[in-house]
Design a protein around this ligand. Structure first.
Ligand code: IPM
Ligand code: MG
Length: 369
């Protein structure tokens, strides 16, 4: 049985609460003889700032570089609203993405039939939805320079962010989207704002050329990002794989989350390039929900997105597709059985805690394995 090195970064808010549940699932994989996981812990976000004045320390960055995969909880909260911009909690996450070169962010939005009523949209619109948002994660306006506020000296200031994309960045994220589509329903929708942005014009050109050159067997559509946002809530089942830039991907994936019933349901994988020599790639797995400071410490957070993120690690980092299927089936089974955390309560009459949900998924896994 192979042993894999995981770095667990629970972070802030509900991060540590959901991290406890994912550890149980990882441990179970060892007991079941599927794969064993050596788990190290590190600090990121506000808790890292409180401990050593940085949103992630050099030592813990090194742990992340050395791990086979990073499991990330969440960062941030009102407690750190006033800390300097460079060491704010989110900077730790952005540094991990940038330094590990995790350019491909996969955000699947799957609506389990049992949860169709928890969505704010009608059942027929979201039931059985299965789409994949592929978000570019190391470029665009998140990292473009200059990025600053300058004093104009006349009582005015100017805030500047730079949206910038090079051909290679668009091509490599496009490839990820086309490859995924081939294993799914063979359709990619590429999204930008070419009607107002030069980076959007280039994005559209590069994706179109890549498609023609290497992926003509895949259906390709282009939609302006505002229109895609509208279509996502109008008829989301028209999509299979959506590929878009860092900022649009951030927004559109939050929208997609609500199609599934709750932000507490969405896992994600952030992947680097595969090393041709070792066949390995750097990777970080995190739930799309944030630190949810309003419910932190209450033991009511939904651990499904975090456990689902570990499922993605099994699939994308460790080649354990069957074990990943098992995790998804276990989640599906507890939902079918009617278990609900507060965020997915819908019409249910009672809810369970974070720990109860985690334990129920574990019990289901034991049954299935
Ligand atoms: C996300 C989050 C992050 C982002 C924040 C926490 C920096 O919203 O992963 O979607 O904007 O990328
Ligand atoms: Mg976001």
């Amino acid at each position: 049985m192979a042993t894999h090195k995981l770095l667990l970064l629970p972070g802030d808010g509900i991060g540590p609460e959901v991290a406890v549940e994912v550890e149980k699932v990882a441990k179970f994989m060892g007991q079941a003889g599927i794969a064993s996981f050596e788990i190290e812990r590190g600090l990121v976000g506000g808790i890292a700032y409180d401990t050593h004045g940085q949103s992630i320390s050099e030592d813990h960055m090194k742990l992340a570089h050395d791990a086979d995969a990073v499991l990330f909880g969440a960062v941030g909260g009102p407690k750190w609203d006033a800390v300097p911009y460079d060491v704010r909690p989110e900077a730790g996450l952005l540094r991990l993405r940038k330094d590990l070169q995790l350019f491909a962010n996969l955000r699947p939005a799957i609506c389990y039939p049992a949860l169709a009523d928890a969505s704010s949209l009608k059942r027929e619109i979201v039931e059985d939805l299965d789409i994949m948002i592929v978000r570019e994660l190391t470029g665009g306006v998140y990292f473009g320079e200059p990025k600053q506020i300058i004093d104009l000296g006349n009582g005015q200031k100017r805030g500047i962010d730079t949206q910038v994309y090079d051909t290679y960045e668009i091509e490599r994220i496009g490839r990820v989207a086309f490859e995924l589509a081939r294993k799914r329903n063979n359709k990619v929708t590429s999204s930008e704002k070419r009607n107002v942005m030069k980076s959007g014009v280039l994005w559209n050109e590069v994706i179109t050329a890549l498609h023609k050159r290497e992926y003509a067997d895949v259906t390709l559509e282009h939609q302006l990002a505002d229109s895609l946002g509208m279509q996502l809530v109008r008829w989301p089942k028209q999509f299979d794989v959506i590929v878009t830039d860092n900022l649009f991907g951030d927004m559109l994936s939050d929208v997609a989350a609500m199609l599934t019933g709750s932000l507490g349901m969405l896992p994600s994988a952030s992947l680097g390039e595969t090393n041709p020599k070792t066949g390995k790639r750097k990777a970080l797995y995190e739930p799309v929900h944030g630190s949810a400071p309003d419910i932190a410490g209450k033991g009511i957070a939904n651990p499904i997105a975090m456990i689902g993120s570990f499922g993605m690690a099994l699939r994308y980092s460790f080649g354990l597709g069957a074990a990943a299927d098992l995790v998804e089936k276990a989640i599906s089974a507890v939902l079918d059985a009617g278990l609900r955390t507060a965020d997915i309560k819908g019409a249910a009459t009672s809810t369970v805690s974070t720990v109860e949900m985690g334990e129920a998924i574990l019990a289901e896994l034991k049954k299935l394995a």
